[in-house]
Ligand binder design. Structure first.
Ligand SMILES: Nc1ncnc2c1ncn2[C@@H]1O[C@H](COP(=O)(O)OP(=O)(O)O)[C@@H](O)[C@H]1O
Ligand SMILES: [Mg+2]
Length: 291
């Protein structure tokens, strides 16, 4: 497994500071020990307060999120895991302002996303958030460089070629600026997508199964890249994944089950994560919450 190789070396200065001293922001029991409401800690990138979301109404409603309280500190790498249907995508969409919760608040720094109008949200997503998806979503007709500069164009900022060169160097593709996506491998395309997500220096980079379409070796490169973005440039990464090895690159793994938080692990091994996932898929969350 590729996760083991990087483990010893990829931890850097953050080792001394993480996890937080006063226990974790979320209890393993899924309760909400963090005081909810202002003031927002200065080092908080994203904060969810009692976030709930259901699809449909009445007896047929699906409660995708049932009141999530979570703080994501700046310059950390968080993985979100859970069985299929546990609410991971809904969580990511609500946290990233792509979808609105029915109840609760989502704060990006001190700004309440849930109180924003749609055009404010759109601007915020373009300027302060980065996105990486399983399907790389590059524009096939544009060169690598133009793809990377697209978020700056959309945000109405000057598309500085120097900045494109900088982020492409960061992902090891600075010699491929003039190629088109189809001339690159899957792993290289995802690295371009990461460069594109980082070009605006976003407050948070959200990734939904970023290695889902990649082979093991290429996935390891992409994960190491996300890790480095956090360690070297202070980026904040929130990644949904179903892969315990991918999640082991994170500082912290947060588990969801049936729309509830179902515990978390700090700096876990892939084996520890896999064991917890087996537990969750066997429906042991209720017992754990009751404990
Ligand atoms: N647009 C939707 N309409 C109806 N139900 C949905 C919709 N999106 C998600 N759901 C349901 O909400 C629950 C959580 O879904 P999701 O957030 O996609 O979970 P995950 O990403 O962990 O698989 C599931 O039961 C799913 O079927
Ligand atoms: Mg999903």
């Amino acid at each position: 497994m590729f996760g083991r190789g990087g483990r010893g070396t990829r931890r850097t200065k953050r080792d001394a500071e993480y996890p937080p001293q006063h226990g974790s922001p979320v209890s393993t029991g899924g309760g909400s020990p963090m005081p909810v409401g202002p003031p927002v800690p200065a080092d908080c990138a994203v904060r969810l307060e009692a976030v709930a979301k259901a699809y449909g109404r009445g007896s047929s409603a699906v409660h995708a999120l049932r009141g999530i309280d979570l703080v994501i500190p700046r310059a950390t790498f968080t993985a979100v895991m859970g069985p299929s249907g546990s609410g991971k995508s809904t969580f990511l969409h609500c946290a990233a302002g792509l979808d609105r919760p029915d109840a609760g608040r989502v704060l990006l720094g001190a700004d309440d996303l849930t109180a924003m109008k749609e055009n404010q949200l759109t601007r915020l997503r373009r300027t302060r958030l980065g996105f990486v998806f399983q399907a790389f979503n590059l524009l096939p007709s544009l060169t690598v460089e133009k793809n990377v500069l697209l978020p700056l164009r959309l945000a109405g900022q000057r598309p500085e070629r120097g900045r494109a060169a900088e982020v492409l160097a960061m992902v090891g593709l600075d010699r491929h600026t003039r190629r088109r996506p189809a001339q690159l491998s899957g792993g290289q395309q995802q690295r371009v997508a990461i460069a594109r997500a980082l070009v605006t220096r976003p407050d948070v980079l959200f990734a939904d199964e970023p290695t889902g379409a990649l082979d093991t070796t290429t996935a390891a490169e992409v994960l190491a890249l996300l890790r480095r973005a956090v360690d070297d440039t202070g980026a904040t990464v929130v990644m949904v994944t179903h892969d315990p090895v991918a999640a082991s690159y994170a500082d912290r793994v947060v588990f969801l089950a049936e729309g509830n938080l179902a515990g978390e692990l700090y700096r876990p091994t892939p084996e520890a994560i896999a064991a917890r996932m087996v537990d969750l898929s066997q429906g042991n969350t209720r017992q754990r919450q009751a404990a």
